[in-house]
Design a protein around this ligand. Structure first.
Ligand code: FAD
Length: 322
């Protein structure tokens, strides 16, 4: 018996959020008196898989099929269901992200398992299996007791602190009997976004809203982000107006970020925006309106014009680094 966890990678490099998921699965396994098994599919070097031992995986089940370098929800479902049955897994962990959302519910249906999405912390097993998760677009927390025998947990990225330890994982091959239909979707091409820090992995984010007035002023956001080594993000109207690409839009209908620092420049702080950023550890708001709702969610606030505050902040960071 072991707790299994689906591991994601980008061109063979295991994603940071998957290391978190492995550590999370290992934590659950320890509470259950068992071990964690990481499921890795596609082209991944042995050293990358062995590194999972440092985050608590006792075993890696590997399936090195090239087709699995891309998301095929049916194929990945079959992999997880096969592995869960083979391992007699009481808990299956996936990420609460685009891939996890496509795979985890299918796995839950096939295993007749209860599913909890957006998990924020390790389950409390003192009386059941109670998982804390965000609810009402991040405005509240819910505590869900999963009572089914088999449980699927989707972990929200950036919610379980990553601590590298020392350990080793045994790597074994996993055999799965695929059906041709599992690969029914063909990816024609992939547009790789290069030179940017991926928003989902970013620990620092500088974000702009309609208060930035137009795309011609985005150099101010990018300048500060460059000095800080931060990713850039934006509010939805900014993406809708094509000032910024849609993958930068955060909020209820966009991405969710949980960085250590989120700087919001010229963003009002509507509930739909907060839904995607309220998990940030520290929020700094720059807005010329002292009544802007975002100030209520901020740890630090600057009442001022972004056109003046951003260049001064960038200069201050430059001086601090010098
Ligand atoms: P505004 O509301 O126009 O605010 C601009 C702010 O900039 C104001 O507070 C203003 O005081 C300030 N400002 C103006 N000039 C300056 C200046 N020179 N210096 C400093 N401050 C200045 N929004 C999202 O962001 N993400 C979502 O995922 C999302 N999903 C939605 C889903 C639904 C179903 C709906 C109905 C709405 C959604 N929205 C979403 C839209 C959301 O309700 C807000 O309209 C949006 O977040 C506002 O964007 P904003 O703060 O950039 O613009």
């Amino acid at each position: 018996m072991s707790v299994i966890v689906l591991v994601e990678h980008t061109e063979g490099t295991i994603k940071k959020k998957s290391l978190e998921a492995v550590q999370y699965a290992a934590d659950i396994a320890k509470k259950l008196g068992t071990t964690a098994t990481a499921i890795v599919a596609g082209n991944v070097a042995e050293s990358e898989m062995q590194n999972l031992g440092n985050y608590g995986a006792a075993k890696v089940l590997y399936i090195g099929d090239n087709r699995l370098n891309q998301l095929h929800a049916r194929a990945f479902t079959r992999i997880l269901v096969t592995a869960a049955r083979q391992e007699g897994s009481p808990v299956i962990v996936a990420l609460h992200d685009v891939n996890g959302r496509a795979i985890a519910p299918r796995v839950a249906v096939q295993l007749k398992a209860g599913l909890v999405s957006g998990a924020l912390s390790s389950p409390d097993m003192s009386d059941g299996f109670v998982v804390k998760k965000s609810a009402f677009s991040g405005k509240a927390f819910a505590f869900v007791n999963v009572t089914s025998q088999v449980k699927v947990v989707m972990l929200a990225p950036n919610s379980f602190p990553l601590v590298k330890g020392e350990g080793s994982a045994v790597i074994e091959n996993l055999t799965v009997a695929f059906d041709e239909k599992d690969f029914g979707v063909t990816v024609q091409s992939v547009d790789q976004i290069t030179g940017e820090i991926p928003l989902s992995d970013a620990e620092l984010v500088v974000s702009g809203g309609r208060g930035m007035k137009g795309p011609e002023n985005w150099g101010l956001i990018e300048g500060l982000a460059k000095e800080l080594g931060a990713a850039t993000a934006c509010s939805r109207p900014v993406a809708d107006a094509h000032w910024r690409p849609h993958h930068e839009h955060v909020g209820q209908t966009g991405g969710t970020v949980r960085p250590n620092l989120y700087i919001a420049a010229g963003i009002s702080g509507a509930i739909q925006h907060l839904a995607g950023v309220s998990g940030s550890k520290t929020i700094v708001v720059i807005n010329k309106d002292p009544e802007a709702p975002f100030f209520k969610a901020a740890n630090y606030g600057v009442v001022g014009d972004v056109m003046e505050v951003l260049p001064r902040l960038t200069e201050a960071v430059k001086k601090f680094k010098a």
